[in-house]
Design a protein. Structure first.
Lengths: 145, 153
């Protein structure tokens, strides 16, 4: 797919994605990223440091949310800038041994801004878990063809 | 435990070379539930004009957090890792990261701000790819803020 700036307009939706998260996913992300902070896999430790329970790595949420943009752009290399603020933790309950997810993250995106000079589109992502926005100012800049 | 206010302006030179492997790109892509073939299939990446597998947009966090560890584990910094919360993150890619890249990261402490009993610390990693002659090509700039929560925060 190749995207032309002339076919795009601000406010245009790029789609949505639902991401189901389990404790196993957090262990996999810990291993893949090297972030072994026990707040992401140990309930007693997490509550001991005054968190409500085991929470997802902010970088798991950020990293999984951007796939919506990557798929829309058609090439992961087209994402030239990506930023977010982490506003609320994603609490992941222990559903080990069942089919149920421990949390569900809903991602949707729209075109926030077009830059004709740089030939880029800024995608603004809305990322929600348990009815709350967990990322704020989640913005990815895509280089257009 | 209090945060050393003199951290601001400090930098840590590139400590080790990170070699980007295909299997690591695949593992990281699976861990963030990415499905784009350019992360998994060399032919698919080449069809898009790339030399090898393309890393997901947040892959550089591996290198950035290794660089951050130098600061967090610095006894002089006064940071309790168990009370660290990630506040914000940004990646600016000067070029994509590919399998086969040899990367180094230079860490800069851009800001330290007291917040309640804790502190907000902003760091920046400049990630470079090493060339055959050990030349450095800018690849990614990552910036992140971490909140070190004080007691009761």
């Amino acid at each position: 797919m190749s995207l032309s700036i002339h076919e795009l307009s601000p406010g245009q939706e790029i789609g949505s994605r639902t991401i189901e998260v389990t404790r196993t996913d957090l262990v996999k992300y810990a291993g893949a990223s090297g972030d072994f902070n026990p707040i992401h896999w140990n309930e007693a430790f997490a509550t001991g440091v005054e968190l409500p329970g085991v929470i997802a790595h902010g970088m798991f949420t950020m990293g999984s949310a951007v796939q919506l943009v990557t798929d829309w752009a058609g090439d992961p290399a087209a994402v030239v800038d990506f930023q977010t603020r982490f506003t609320k933790p994603v609490l992941v309950t222990d559903t080990t041994g069942t089919e149920a997810p421990g949390a569900t993250i809903e991602v949707s995106g729209l075109i926030g801004k077009l830059d004709a000079e740089a030939n880029t589109a800024r995608i603004d992502l809305t990322v929600v878990a348990a009815g709350q926005k967990v990322l704020m100012k989640a913005q990815a800049v895509v280089k257009l063809s | 435990m209090t945060i050393n206010p003199d951290l601001q302006g400090r930098s840590y030179p590139a400590a080790e070379v990170y070699e980007v492997g295909r299997e690591k790109i695949r593992e990281f892509a699976r861990a963030v539930k990415a499905t784009h073939p350019a992360h998994f299939d060399v032919d698919a990446a080449k069809a898009l004009g790339h030399a090898d597998l393309v890393a997901p947009p947040t892959f550089a966090i591996i290198i950035a957090q290794r660089a951050d560890a130098q600061l967090i584990e610095d006894p002089d910094a006064g940071i309790d890792f168990s009370r660290v919360v990630h506040a914000d993150q940004r990646f600016t890619h000067h070029r994509p990261i590919f399998a086969g890249d040899r990367l180094v990261a230079e860490l800069h402490v851009d800001g330290v701000r007291a917040m309640g009993g804790g502190a907000m610390i902003t760091t920046r990693s400049e990630v470079f790819a090493l060339g055959a002659d050990e030349s450095r090509e800018p690849v990614t700039t990552t910036t992140s803020s971490i909140l070190v929560r004080g007691e009761g925060q």
